[in-house]
Design a protein around this ligand. Structure first.
Ligand code: GLU
Length: 418
């Protein structure tokens, strides 16, 4: 977790803000602010030198009223219990915002994966999958990739689960590679929805995306794909950063070449088309039409928000703005497409993957992208309708108003047991 605001408190304040516009009892709202359960475990794994490594890991199952818990697993040294709780809650409201039939969950291991060999990472992942086994399943809880995890880890978790359960159940996890039952378009999906959402926001505000300038903070899977796709839509990517620093060219650069440079050297820094080396904060406060934060939580706090000059923000990361930043940006009329809509492409295509796994019938990439487009555009329209109808002060609150109502409706229909 990055420094600053506690993400779990941020989630709760986002819920409170939306709840003020809903006629839902305080007792119900209170329930929707806390996870149903959190697994905390210590994984003991033999390292390559024969010693034992110990790794703290979590899985939070926040709410299952609308379907099985759903959400990724991240590997990061900054993972905390509260971070995982927040991320699992954001998954609940994300799935509800885009109307896919899931609750929310999230997991994480406190680890810097760069410090371990592939064989060690495999043993650590399989140890976590073994701990998760009683909790997960295609109708129970369905993990997926998140920060520093991808197809490789998902394939290991699937294999561990299926071996221990003596079954084939590819839908127990999503984000697998295609050979293991993954879906076409899943890797690109988070970046894709981020730019679809940005395009809809520009359209709504009457702004032209063609020729618009874009800054992207974070050049991992979500950030670099968003950069590539927004460039294809006619916008100009002028700045990008990763954990080592940032690059800038006022005339724009080729986002695909910048990614190739990062693959070769480990960072975008030093990319030849860059005319200036800049910091992460420079990227976030750049005078651009569109800013895409695509790294971790708390990238922009209240202080930094004072310097933000972008007109539109589309959040590829989860929780990149603190509640204080939201207040400041609201006052300066920055239109923020919230994470729970903008980056929902990832979980939406995870849903498609799960549907395909269950049907053992696979779709073309074209069909995946077409269905994704429809879901994100519909969700954006519903957000705008609520934003205007309730005269809300920011689009994030509108998304939560829509989402909380959907979760509360499901909870109410189900009644209380016991
Ligand atoms: N980790 C992604 C997210 O935060 C994807 C989750 C999923 O596919 O279940 O939305």
């Amino acid at each position: 977790m990055s420094e600053g605001a506690n993400p779990f408190e941020s989630l709760q304040s986002q819920i409170d803000e939306a709840a003020a516009h809903l006629e839902i009892g305080d007792d119900v709202i209170e329930r929707l602010k806390h996870p149903e359960r959190v697994l905390e475990t210590n994984l003991t794994v033999e390292l390559d030198d024969g010693s034992l490594g110990r790794f703290k890991a979590f899985r939070s199952q926040f709410n299952g009223d609308r379907g099985p818990y759903k959400g990724g697993i991240r590997y990061h040294p900054g993972v905390t219990r509260d971070e995982v709780k927040a991320l699992s809650g954001w998954m609940v409201y994300k799935c509800a915002t885009v109307g896919i039939p899931y609750g929310g969950g999230k997991g994480g291991i406190v680890i810097d994966p760069d410090e371990y060999s592939t064989a060690e990472l495999e043993r650590i992942t399989r140890a976590f999958a073994t701990e998760l086994r009683p909790l997960i399943g295609e109708d129970r809880d369905i993990p997926a990739p998140d920060v520093n995890t991808g197809q490789r880890e998902m394939n290991w978790i699937k294999d561990t689960y299926e071996t221990l359960e003596n079954t084939t159940e590819p839908g127990v996890i999503t984000g697998k590679n295609i050979a293991s039952g993954g879906s076409a378009g899943r890797v690109e999906a988070t970046g894709r929805s981020t730019v679809i959402a940005a395009r809809e926001a520009f359209d709504y505000l009457g702004k032209d995306l063609d020729g618009a300038t874009v800054a992207v903070q974070g050049y991992g899977n979500a950030g670099w794909i968003a950069a590539k796709l927004i460039d294809e839509m006619g916008a100009t990517v002028v700045a990008a950063s990763d954990s080592s620093g940032g690059i800038y060219n006022p005339d724009g650069f080729d986002p695909v070449e910048a990614k190739a440079h990062k693959n070769e050297t480990g960072s975008v820094v030093g990319y030849e088309e860059s005319t200036e080396e800049i910091t992460n904060a420079d990227v976030l406060t750049m005078d651009v039409d569109l800013l895409i934060p695509a790294a971790l939580e708390n990238a922009i706090d209240g202080d930094l928000a004072e310097d933000v000059k972008a007109d539109v923000i589309s959040e590829a990361a989860n929780g990149p703005l603190t509640p204080e930043a939201d207040r400041v940006l609201e006052d300066s009329d920055v239109f923020v497409v919230p994470d729970i809509l903008a980056n929902a492409g990832g979980v939406t295509v995870s849903y498609f993957e799960w549907v395909q796994n269950r049907q053992r019938f696979y779709w073309s990439e074209e069909k995946v992208n077409e269905e994704l487009e429809g879901i994100i555009v519909d969700a954006f329209d519903a957000l705008v309708e609520t934003y205007e109808e309730h005269d809300l002060s920011n689009p994030r609150t509108a998304a939560y108003v829509v989402a909380i109502q959907r979760v509360a409706d499901a909870a109410e229909e189900a009644g209380t047991f016991p």
